[in-house]
Design a protein. Structure first.
Length: 160
């Protein structure tokens, strides 16, 4: 089974969703990305820096199953996710995350070469924002400062 696909039963998703609605999520941000190498650290350094500056704890998960579990246990205020695992966009993982935690803002971060494949797909509407890797600049601070209002769309073409 592909790690990025994270097969989770519908019953588990419903149970986890009810847990999210019961508890405060604290000041945490979750990054889900299959890669945690030196390159990853440099690509996401700005998330760590801005997040800490704004008082958030940054948690990481490397894979689909681990990402869904971290989402449940960490209860973050915001999720940054690279939807590309093993060179393929993992829409099912994105759908599982939104079923489990529909009110948590989800921002997709990916390499520019995947722009059309991701942004042009209707399922990209599950995300509240998009950033290109390497993540950098004022758009990130603007996005993170807008928390915790999950009803306000975070995507702004000027951020690209």
């Amino acid at each position: 089974m592909n790690e990025g696909s994270a097969v989770v039963s519908e019953l588990d998703l419903l149970r986890w969703k009810s847990k999210f609605e019961e508890k405060d999520r604290g000041k945490k941000i979750l990054i889900i990305d299959e890669e945690f190498s030196e390159l990853y650290i440099s690509e996401c350094a700005e998330i760590f820096s801005v997040g800490r500056e704004l008082g958030y704890t940054i948690e990481r998960a490397s894979g689909g199953r681990e990402g869904v579990l971290a989402l449940f246990f960490e209860r973050p205020k915001m999720v940054f996710m690279n939807p590309v695992f093993n060179g393929e966009v993992q829409w099912r993982l994105l759908e599982n995350i939104k079923k489990t935690a529909s009110k948590i803002p989800l921002v997709l971060m990916f390499e520019r070469k995947y722009r059309a494949e991701i942004i042009d797909d209707p399922r990209s509407a599950l995300a509240m924002g998009f950033l290109y890797k390497p993540v950098a600049g004022s758009p990130l601070k603007q996005m993170m400062s807008s928390l915790p209002n999950p009803d306000r769309p975070l995507y702004n073409p000027a951020w690209q």
